[in-house]
Design a protein around this ligand. Sequence first.
Ligand code: ADP
Length: 268
Amino acid sequence: MENSISLNWEKELLPLLNTDFVGRNIHHHQQLDSTNLQAKRLANSNAPEGCVVFAEQQILGRGRLGRKWESPANDGIWMSILLYPNLSPDKISCITLVAGYSVCRAISQLGLEAKIKWPNDIVIGSRKVCGILTEMVAQGQSNISVVVGIGINVNNDSFDGELSDKACSLYMESGKKFQRIDIAAAILNCFEQDYNNFCQNGFEAICEDYNKHCCNVGRQVVISGTNGSFTGKAINVTEKGALLVQTEQGETEVSSGEVSVRGMLGYV
Ligand code: ADP
């Protein structure tokens, strides 16, 4: 079992990476307000692309729409990757999907059956093991920084309250405790590959495989957004990263902005 106090993230993580730029610059903190906030501060001081912020504990961990992200000390990986993409704004929203795909691939390498819950969660069975929050920081007209926050429950042995039937950890699903550094390295290695592929060839390059790993495809879903909610059957995720839904009124494409997707009977 890892001893988090003795972990030297930079020294131990770097030899596990096969990346050119992702994770080549590491900032590790015992406690932060949030790794995304810290990565945004680094963006403002022109930190290098691909630098990664880790915190053992986040006090203000957030999901989308300001929802709280529980980030207890030492059990999970709470990290943010800083990017300076040269992409149009509509493509930037696909970075969340790319990161979800990479996390799913990395967890699958552990022999666990992870699925992507479009647009920003990874689930095992019907419970969430990872959430992703991508945020954009505009500096002037042309300089755009993107911060990809990834929270993954690794060695947690239980969750309380509203999370008790909604959240899981890699340990709860496998009965094994993991070295968080190994998981972080696997995610960063997968992410650089997928992100480079996406930047060069578009989301179409991973779309087919993404759909194979997406738990919503073929299921009845409830889509909730700021203008209310509707139900339908998820057909697939399109080459632009939208969720194509069959409703009684016909097919409609839902973009990954600020919508939440639920199953008809529960979280998935
Ligand atoms: P949604 O799951 O509705 O898309 P978000 O992606 O914004 O929502 O994630 C925030 C939600 O995730 C919280 O409202 C809470 O239900 C759930 N959550 C918070 N912390 C954790 C955690 N450590 N593991 C799994 N789920 C969590």
